[in-house]
Design a protein around this ligand. Structure first.
Ligand SMILES: C[S@@+](CC[C@H](N)C(=O)[O-])C[C@H]1O[C@@H](n2cnc3c(N)ncnc32)[C@H](O)[C@@H]1O
Length: 258
């Protein structure tokens, strides 16, 4: 069932709440930012975000944004971490094969299409990062407490690939790497990005009022981060189950507005 036209669809303003307004209206993020967006495959929307239940390959060309920020599948069968094991990790319930071939043939191609249109930031995971187009810049999440193992030692960093130019036009003094000590929330998705870490990255590559697109949305951490930072966001996700988790996260956030 789509939330887009359902009774559950509700603007924060309808609930008598005061949504955080971005201070600066910037380009496509300003005014009625949803007006130009496609309604095809729209699953949920509110004042700050839109969720598309779709294969991102099919709807990408209809999207408008200032930048792409995404944490795609890692090509390691739903697991996170090292070559050692997927022990304790749930696999995706979505209908795709999380294999190196999928990264090479599908994910890298989507990223190539994004890069052709927008500044793009990707966390590709370690194992298959070489299957991506060459980035213009790179950084990492350094995880001092990581216990994953690779052939030369602990797997204690996750790459961040940057394409194009930082849309904030601030590169001096902006870090490209971050220390990651936070554990992600448990929300039913097998590999949720830690919200605080994702917010720090988003804050360094965007400004208030911008629209951030995540073509591999998962449980919607990008949308959550965007809302909390005064950015608009669009997420695309193959799995209806994950769209539902993401929509519920957004609704819970709206309900807890102070
Ligand atoms: C690593 S997860 C993203 C997790 C997210 N960062 C979070 O915090 O919840 C990648 C997601 O991409 C989705 N996915 C895979 N192929 C896709 C496609 N072609 N179009 C849209 N989503 C896709 C998977 O279902 C999975 O939920």
């Amino acid at each position: 069932m789509s939330h887009a036209d359902s009774a559950k669809f509700q603007l924060a303003s309808d609930a008598g709440q005061t949504p955080e307004k971005p201070r600066a209206a910037v380009g496509v993020g300003s005014g009625d930012w949803l007006a130009g967006l496609s309604s095809r495959s729209l699953y949920y929307r509110d004042e700050w975000c839109a969720i598309y239940h779709a294969d991102c390959r099919e709807v990408l060309d209809e999207m408008k944004c200032h930048l792409v920020m995404t944490d795609p599948p890692y090509g390691i069968h739903g697991g996170r971490g090292s070559m050692s094991t997927n022990r304790g990790r749930g696999n995706y319930t979505s209908d795709f094969d999380d294999t190196p071939e999928y990264i090479r043939d599908v994910v890298a191609d989507v990223i190539r299409r994004c890069v052709a249109k927008w500044p793009t930031v990707v966390t590709p995971g370690n194992t298959n990062m070489m299957r991506y187009p060459q980035p213009d810049s790179f950084g990492c999440y350094y995880q001092p407490a990581a216990v994953g193992l690779q052939t030369w030692g602990n797997l204690d960093a996750q790459p961040i690939l940057y394409y194009g130019k930082n849309p904030t036009k601030r590169n001096f003094g902006t870090p490209c790497s971050y220390t990651l000590t936070e554990t992600p929330e448990k929300n039913g998705h097998p590999c949720v990005k830690p919200l605080g870490a994702w917010k720090r990255l988003m804050a360094s590559v965007s400004v208030e009022g911008m629209t951030v697109l995540d073509p591999f949305m998962g449980s919607g951490t990008t949308l959550q981060a965007a809302r909390e930072l005064g950015r608009y966001a669009i997420g695309i996700e193959l799995s209806e189950e994950y769209c539902e988790i993401a929509a519920k996260r957004q609704q819970q956030r709206m309900m807890s507005f102070g």
